[in-house]
Design a protein around this ligand. Sequence first.
Ligand code: LLP
Length: 460
Amino acid sequence: MSATGAPQVPAPLDQHVWPTSADLTPAGELVLAGLPATDLARDFGTPAFVMDEKHFRDRARLFRDSFTEAFAAVGAEVDVYYAGKSFLSVAVARWAREEGLRVDTCTGGELAVALRAGVPGAEIGLHGNNKSDAEISRAIEAGVGRVVVDSFAEIDRVAELARDAGRDSSTRVPVMVRVTTGIHAGGHEFISTAHEDQKFGVSLTGGQALAALRAVLDHPELELLGAHTHIGSQIQDAAAFEANARKMLALRADLETETGYLLPELDLGGGYGIAYVPSETPIDVAALARDLAGAVGAVCAELGTTVPRISIEPGRSVVGSTTVTLYTVGVVKPVTLDDGSVRTYVSVDGGMSDNIRPALYGAEYTARLANRSGSAETVRARVVGKHCESGDIVISDIELPSDVTPGDLLAVPATGAYGRSMASNYNHVLRPPVVAVADGAARVIVRRETEDDLLALDVG
Ligand code: LLP
């Protein structure tokens, strides 16, 4: 309830958290690409991921153009691989390609989606610390642009599977070696440690990465394209990327000194941060590209070497803020806490099955009523899901209009990355659809799961 009973002017949208097409009607209803939230909920049901296609395309182009321009200034070309793990569907793979991106996959499943979308093999990369022979063979057969090998053992396996596929020194399989540089970043800090204690890649320490690169050179059926590194996620500034690039360039120089082979390419991975809540600031992609290119150019000049072709693999920062999850509010329950204060539990019709990030990482999100502005008076609320688990929390602590009521729509922005892609069927809840919106039109690009889908897997 408002104090005066007068209609409330809705609080403005924090534009860096919401899709660019998001707007509010005078009554405070959320509108996405010209479509009112209530229409979307009526036509597609809730929960639903609503994705702003133009925003996705703009982000993809921003990465491509910013990095291309920044690295052109130091004489290098860039490929941007969209990290499909953040969210991949046939439509999204096509949009990425239409905007000049390639596609990074890390399993046979992601590879299958990219291929189904018509992305040419040459524009796809395959990662993974534990690829199966079938995944490697499929990638070879599809002619992927790179297999990123993750261990010494895998180098030999890829070579063997390449031979099995009839590849030889004239039809080599392009390979990169994943290197761990000791730089781990995420949030605002980064650390550089001497030793690695994690599953990915081959460490720089003790000459291991160098040895892995040499091992690839020893296989006539493999083409050593370069070295790959990925230092973490949700990184907010250029310093960690620069420190990492410096280490990779030094490795490239060492390999050249030892073998005379100059790696044509370095992949500097993904991990570019976005804003999930209004207090966070997304990275400035163009500024970061300029800083990184400047640092790479300067190090190459110091080393007296040419700047390699560069690739990057952004996922979250392309797709994260394109998407809003629309939920319907169910039970609204005031709970009195030990200290006598009240917390209002607002249950929505999804939860940890469509967004596991709060439970898994303590990730924070914001939300607002999507069908109306609600009262100016607010309550201290916790948005929870419908799962049989007390940790099923979407937003731990948020002020919501005090008149929030069953049947209201609640919108949670910035759910495009690692939302639908990490969704589960916990409690046999049906995974939500992804609805793409553009220019006043909506279309389903991933349909809602049905009970028939669930039961189709249950063979009794
Ligand atoms: N390249 C490689 C090799 C990666 O491992 C990753 C992410 C990326 C690119 C893309 O990173 P991005 O630009 O999206 O940050 N599930 C976690 C994130 C795990 C990321 C794993 N690798 C989350 O929900 O935050």
